[in-house]
Design a protein around this ligand. Structure first.
Ligand SMILES: *Cc1c(COP(=O)(O)O)cnc(C)c1O
Length: 394
């Protein structure tokens, strides 16, 4: 029925397929029957297969069963959900928190409640698809600015008549998922205050790894009190599943009353909720500190290696290291070369990244060995030399 659509995806190199992993997520995985170094997950601290999380999940299954039975507002709110929310609020120093079934559900379900027809949303062009969808659902006026172009953002704030809009929102990721760069939040908070705008901050990739004890980028920049609402995921560095909003009590209460993914979807199951609680506890311990230290030492090693083979401008501030290659075909060939070298790091292509900026997105884990990272640099180095030899058109 859709042969034409599929063929056109294949012809443009944008066809995607699912690949089966036979092991737990970790620095090494078995993919299509072969052991590979995984440079493709957001499991930065290796918590997705940590004994403490596994234990917590098993205990919760034995104690509370497998399903949560209903939406939170029907009969689905368990003591595990409530405790987790209190712990998140405490961790971030906010009045209240609310958990969601995924980061995708959170962004669509929060932005569509906080922002409406009478509001203006100013959104970074590289914001995650779930943010873009939340903006659409909100029916607010949405203006997109260039990535981290705060001059452009300021012009938009200046140009938008305060009286015309009930509220003006700046919506941004703190650690951008495909660039690995950080939004300069102090500057952003200054701008927001100057123009009376609110900030909605997506900390999906920052929670667990940035800031004191992994409290995120707002904590790293010391701007927690200047952000109206923070969102984060439990599925990336925290190695579990789900997401949260954290902020003032009245916002959380409004979300409980209005957010459709919360109202019309079954609550997170006990195993997942218990694993999230264990992860949140773990990142605040000395073990959490050690994992972050190992992670950042690995990041520095890989960034340095990539610099040596000609990939400049990779900041190495975060575990996401984009190796931008340009054309779709080149990114696919690099992914293939890595694959043949025993390294799993898929090509990231449009529409996930803008046209002409196809790339390999390397994500580092605390558990990668120096040899793992050196292997990545070695294969990419060979690929770059090979493609230079093949001519500039490649
Ligand atoms: C991954 C991600 C999400 C979605 O989170 P899930 O829990 O995977 O649905 C939202 N925002 C950003 C910036 C992300 O990278």
């Amino acid at each position: 029925m859709f042969e034409q659509e599929i063929q056109s995806l294949q012809a443009s190199g944008l066809y995607r397929r699912l690949r089966e992993v036979e092991t737990a997520q970790g620095p090494r995985i078995i993919l299509n029957g072969r052991e590979m170094i995984s440079m493709a997950s957001n499991n930065y601290l290796g918590l997705a297969n940590h004994p403490k999380l596994r234990q917590a999940a098993c205990y919760a299954v034995n104690q509370y069963g497998t399903g949560s039975g209903a939406s939170r507002l029907l009969s689905g709110t368990s003591v595990l959900h409530t405790r987790l929310e209190e712990e998140i609020a405490g961790f971030l120093g906010e009045e209240a928190a609310l958990i969601f079934n995924s980061g995708y559900a959170a962004n669509t379900g929060i932005i569509s409640v906080l922002c409406g027809r009478e509001d203006l949303i100013l959104s970074d062009v590289l914001n995650h698809a779930s943010i873009a969808d939340g903006c659409r659902l909100s029916r607010a006026d949405v203006r997109i600015h260039k990535h981290l172009d705060y001059d452009m953002l300021e012009k938009r704030l200046k140009a938008s008549d305060k009286k015309r809009y009930k509220r003006r929102w700046i919506v941004t990721e703190s650690l951008f998922s495909m660039e690995g760069d950080l939004a300069p939040l102090s500057e952003l908070a200054d701008l927001a205050e100057r123009y009376g705008a609110h900030i909605y901050l997506d900390e999906a990739h920052a929670i667990g790894i940035l800031g004191d004890k992994g409290r995120g980028s707002a904590s790293l920049f010391g701007v927690e009190d200047r952000i109206t609402l923070r969102m984060g995921t439990l599925s990336k560095a925290l190695g579990s599943f789900g997401a949260f909003a954290a902020g003032d009590r009245d916002i959380i209460d409004l979300l409980i009353n209005r957010s459709r993914p919360l109202i019309y979807s079954t609550a997170l199951p006990p195993s997942v909720t218990a694993a999230s609680r264990a992860a949140l506890e773990l990142v605040q311990t000395a073990e959490g500190d050690q994992l972050r230290e190992r992670l950042f030492s690995n990041i520095r090693r890989l960034a340095q290696g990539l610099k040596c083979i000609g990939f400049e401008g990779i900041s190495g501030q975060t575990p996401i290291l984009p190796v931008v290659l340009g054309p779709v075909r080149k990114a696919i060939e690099a992914a293939q070369a890595l694959y043949e070298g025993g390294i799993f790091a898929p090509a990231i292509r449009p529409p996930t990244v803008p046209r002409g900026q196809s790339r390999i997105r390397l994500s580092v884990m605390a558990q990668h060995t120096p040899e793992d990272l050196d292997a990545v640099v070695s294969v990419l180095g060979q690929f770059v030399r090979g493609s230079l030899a093949a001519g500039p058109n490649l």
